[in-house]
Design a protein around this ligand. Sequence first.
Ligand SMILES: [Ca+2]
Ligand SMILES: [Ca+2]
Ligand SMILES: [Ca+2]
Ligand SMILES: [Ca+2]
Length: 143
Amino acid sequence: MGGDCEDANSTMYPGAPELCDNLDNDCDGENEETINLLDDENNCGACGNICVFPNATPVCASGICTMGACDPGFLDANNDDMDGCEIDLNSGNYCYIGGMLYAAGQDNPDVECLVCNPAKNLNNWSQKENAGPVSYTHLTHPG
Ligand SMILES: [Ca+2]
Ligand SMILES: [Ca+2]
Ligand SMILES: [Ca+2]
Ligand SMILES: [Ca+2]
């Protein structure tokens, strides 16, 4: 067939889609001219290098995979891209209050009768259910 630049390869012919395979698929003299290795999340820096981060949007920036925004309901608490956004805020194990992560059952560092209770509220402190002894302490007159 006339114009076919590589008879032995069926992915190479005039008008073929340019694939990221280091071949000139469409026979126009250039390899991967329609593929930008600098910002293609499926071919980042090299053909077939797919950017993947758990529970986060992958971004290919200047040929390097970088982690974008966390998926809704997830948080990157350890600043480590390798495990992506590793905290599932809806797991029932955490509260996320004022930009800080707290474990379920953890006391409010400033107000002792408030506690992280994800079952009640993910984003606000919950009142301790059994605050009895604490209130008695408050009533005790010092000295
Ligand atoms: Ca061919
Ligand atoms: Ca190609
Ligand atoms: Ca080409
Ligand atoms: Ca992380």
